[in-house]
Design a protein. Structure first.
Length: 152
């Protein structure tokens, strides 16, 4: 290769690393929550039932459950979400920086390992709300109020 071609090759290589704003496998998502609910969650305490549960049910639990991932972590209920597995716990209350849920949804690169792996990505607002919720202690009610529902 000629040495004068090297800078041009570098420009093309760097341009190919740029993340497109959208992709077929990971389209930008729509907010699950209303504008009012987003405002309330950002400006006050995050409520599991009003702010977190709709996001987890719509964009996470369809894959992160015992049927889809047998033997792996699940987001079906709080007990499963805080259980530590081979890679750690999905949620470590009060520690968003150590929680796999927060690390995986905040990934902006559209590679397959960023969550969700298929379907609509979480919006910036949803990521902020989930991070804030974990930081606030990840309050998650027991029983039916805290059970996440998904279509098998």
């Amino acid at each position: 290769m000629h040495t004068h071609c090297f800078p041009l090759l570098c420009v093309f290589a760097l341009a190919s690393c740029a993340t497109p704003p959208d992709s077929e496998t990971k389209p930008m998502g729509e907010n699950v929550l209303s504008k009012e609910a987003i405002h309330a969650a950002k400006n006050g305490p995050v409520d599991f039932t009003a702010h977190v549960k709709p996001v987890l049910e719509t964009k996470c639990v369809m894959c992160h459950n015992h049927k889809a991932l047998p033997g792996h972590g699940s987001l079906e209920n709080r007990q499963e979400a805080v259980r530590s597995g081979a890679l750690g716990a999905y949620i470590i209350p009060g520690q968003p920086e150590k929680s796999l849920l927060v690390a995986n949804v905040k990934t902006v690169h559209q590679k397959v390992s960023a969550m969700p792996a298929v379907g609509e990505r979480l919006t910036q607002d949803e990521c902020v709300i989930l991070t804030k919720w974990v930081k606030e202690g990840a309050q998650w009610p027991a029983g039916k109020a805290g059970a996440l529902h998904f279509l098998p």
